[in-house]
Design a protein around this ligand. Structure first.
Ligand code: SAH
Length: 398
């Protein structure tokens, strides 16, 4: 028998979401907690009547007061539990054919892989981890050891940064977790594209792996096109489009570091001479291009997250509408708009309405050719719809 865990008692009637296996317990649902468990410690969640609901990681500093590890009545939260969950996540990527030696993919996607707060991205021989919850933080040594055992990487690097850590009361952390320090730039191969990734200083864990597939889908519309790649980062969409037969690409990003890497990455893919790099705010630059009279056959809009919480939906929607109006206005008749939102709070239905409104105001006629979403290494657990964040539309514009 395992030692009894401290109990978190829910208020009456607040157990419904847990019964549906949603893994979050919000602070407002908590009646009381027995004792003072450490941040990240395992606790038992019980309904007001005492019914066992799950075992969770306690996070006293966070609005999300607990994140459930397991809903099974008798499943212990120990190294063997984490080995099972990690092995299941890795096996799923193997079956998807995503584990080629030089490839890159997301190996672990937090709640969707039953490991709230843990993100692991694989770039060839290196893994990059984000430990974003008190629970993941508490198990860091175990998780790193198990990842070494299961994946045998050259090294594991940590990029635990940003707002999610702060909400959990945790400081940012960056550095080597195990094995070798990664080289300054790691080259990985996605399809026939070479990505140069700066694991230590790049955005997120170094690259936007969630767009790997969508770049190919967009590139299918690029033959002969002059492409405007707005919010380009290191140029993933431009490289795919140029290799797919585009005539030219103009990359716009506010990050000079991203564009410096984009210059090397486009050159490494043999398409550098067809690229132009513009360090600028996309909103300003697209207005300037509009005035200049320059027009394009394919415009890609892949902005950062505009909406971080439910109360930002209106302001964020205006941002999406503005950027889409600007993008639509720069297309030659018959051109293609590929437009994305990675804000989970803006669902696919709302995003389509925003783009439709932008087309009306820009006085352009648009047809949806394709709907895009996140790839299978960023799965959505059915009980956790919050994981469903990336949506895109490919439109023909007259
Ligand atoms: N399309 C990229 C990912 C884009 S991520 C890919 O496929 O890899 C969003 C990018 O927008 C980041 O590179 C960030 O530097 C940039 N960015 C954020 N706000 C911006 C702004 N107002 N103007 C220009 N670039 C911006």
């Amino acid at each position: 028998m395992a030692a009894a865990l401290p109990k978190l008692w829910l208020k009456p009637g607040r157990e419904k979401s847990l019964r549906r296996r949603h893994p979050w317990v919000f602070s407002g649902a908590v009646e009381r907690v027995d004792g003072t468990p450490d941040p990240g410690a395992s606790i038992e969640i019980v309904a007001a009547g005492g019914e066992h609901l799950g075992r969770a990681a306690y996070s006293p500093a966070s609005q999300i007061r607990a994140r459930v590890w397991s809903f099974e009545a008798d499943e212990r939260i120990d190294a063997a539990f984490f080995r099972r969950r990690l092995a299941r996540a890795v096996e799923s990527r193997r079956r998807l054919g995503l584990l080629e030696p030089q490839g890159a993919c997301r190996l672990v996607f937090s709640e969707s892989d039953g490991l709230p707060g843990l993100i692991v991205d694989r770039y060839g021989d290196y893994l990059v981890c984000q430990l974003l919850s008190a629970g993941a933080e508490a198990w860091r040594a175990t998780l790193v050891e198990l990842l070494e055992e299961l994946c045998r990487p050259q090294g594991i690097y940590e990029r635990s940064e940003g707002g999610a850590r702060h909400k959990e009361g945790l400081p940012s952390r960056r550095g080597v977790l195990a094995g070798a320090e990664p080289p300054r730039e790691v080259t990985v191969v996605a399809g026939d594209v070479r990505l140069i990734v700066d694991l230590a200083n790049g955005q997120k864990t170094g690259a936007y792996l969630d767009q790997q597939r969508n770049r190919e889908r967009v590139a299918a519309h690029a033959r002969g096109a002059d492409v405007l790649d707005a919010f380009s980062y290191t140029g993933g969409f431009s490289i795919a489009c140029l290799r797919g037969g585009a005539k030219s690409a103009t990359l716009v990003d506010s990050s000079a570091e991203a564009l410096a890497l984009a210059e090397r990455e486009t050159a490494a893919n043999g398409v550098g001479e067809r690229c132009r790099f513009v360090t600028a705010n996309v909103f300003d630059e697209l207005r300037a291009v509009r005035e200049s009279g320059a027009r394009f056959d394919l415009v890609v809009l892949d902005p950062p997250k505009f909406v971080h919480s439910a109360d930002q939906v209106n302001a964020g929607s205006r941002g999406y509408k503005d950027i889409n109006m600007l993008g639509l206005g720069l297309l030659r008749p018959g051109g293609v708009l590929a437009t994305f939102s990675c804000s989970g709070h803006v669902d696919a239905g709302l995003f389509q309405k925003i783009v439709a409104g932008a087309a009306v105001d820009a006085r352009r006629t648009a047809q949806i050719l394709e709907r895009l979403t996140q790839p299978p290494d960023h799965p959505v657990a059915t009980e956790f719809p919050e994981a469903d964040y990336l949506k895109g539309l490919i439109l023909r514009v007259h």
